[in-house]
Design a protein. Structure first.
Length: 316
């Protein structure tokens, strides 16, 4: 059944991408991935190499300038790095399509409280009706779980539309300290679960979460900051097998913990420079002796002004 959430048209002929490179590794994909005619027509085959036993397969989708900037200083909205590419406005819309495509094949989408504070109407639903229908036809709920990540829940705007949109299932991943604020602000509308470690993730705990229909699920791991490994294990046991991470800061943190699998980095051919925001600017930087590498899995292009790169992260 279709949701009443806002949709927009994605014109296949206008957005169609050309695949200019594909790694031989993609021929060994083991994980079945749902698809539909629109995905195949615009992007082509989308397959994942593997799923994990103890955590979701994790990936992100970001658009950057040629010098790695993800926002302008004078206009910090992330999508503008794509939309201000005046030579290929359709390429910017293809970037938006790829984000929606990844939402559509995901069980959960992780967003940050900062995004919620900046955008009062932000929800991580699928903006394309064909891809929403694809989810339903494959036995998935029409909207993936929207998972808010926060250190202690102090920055979560609890009056946000996300908590007042019944068609969007919402989860919060925070610390055990943060659960107190969730209880204070959401009361009986939340199902709060403290998880001190992986050993606490029992069948009974998962069944209790699954029984909390219509409530915001709040998971507390770690004392004052979430324990990423435990939180991801809970998500996996709950049924989140594929997780799209839409918050750059948490994506960078997961890379630092060797818990990020793939990067869908879309490359808008504009130059920004200066002190504009970069990926991971506020996180720990890697050193010359200790840093991850990537293997290019595929490259698509829309024109000479927009490219779409898919990387697999490699950790020593």
């Amino acid at each position: 059944m279709a949701t009443s959430l806002f949709k927009m048209p994605f014109d296949v002929d206008r957005l169609r991408l050309t695949r200019v490179y594909e790694s031989p590794e993609l021929s060994h994909c083991q994980a079945e991935t749902m698809s539909c005619d629109k995905i195949k027509a615009i992007y082509g085959d989308l397959k994942f190499l593997e799923l994990h036993q103890d955590r979701p397969c994790t990936y992100t989708s970001l658009v950057t300038s040629i010098d790695g900037r993800i926002a302008f200083t004078d206009a910090p909205q992330g999508p503008l790095i794509a939309k201000k590419n005046k030579y290929d406005p359709a390429g910017a819309d293809a970037d938006w399509f790829i984000l929606n495509m990844l939402r559509a094949v995901s069980d959960g989408v992780m967003l940050g409280a900062g995004t919620m504070n900046a955008e009062a109407d932000y929800t991580c639903h699928v903006f394309d009706q064909d891809m929403e229908d694809m989810r339903v036809e494959n036995g998935k709920p029409p909207v993936p779980w929207n998972i808010v990540t926060s250190l202690d829940a102090a920055d979560i705007p609890f009056g946000h539309v996300l908590f007042n949109t019944p068609e969007v299932p919402v989860m919060i991943s925070t610390s055990r300290k943060g659960l107190a604020l969730v209880r204070e602000n959401l009361g009986d509308a939340a199902c709060c679960v403290e998880v001190p470690g992986r050993e606490a993730v029992t069948d009974e705990l998962i069944a209790g979460m699954q029984a909390a229909q219509g409530k915001v699920l709040a998971i507390g791991t770690g004392d004052t900051a979430p324990d990423a490994q435990t939180a991801l294990y809970v998500l996996k046991r709950f049924g989140i097998h594929r997780l799209l991470v839409e918050t750059p800061s948490y994506m960078h943190y997961l890379v630092s913990q060797k818990l990020m699998d793939e990067l869908f980095f879309n490359y808008s051919c504009i130059y920004v420079g200066g002190q504009a925001l970069t990926i991971g600017k506020f996180g720990r930087e890697f050193t010359s002796e200790d840093h991850p590498h990537t293997r290019m899995l595929s490259i698509h292009t829309h024109s000479d002004h927009f490219f779409y790169l898919r990387h697999k992260l490699l950790y020593d």
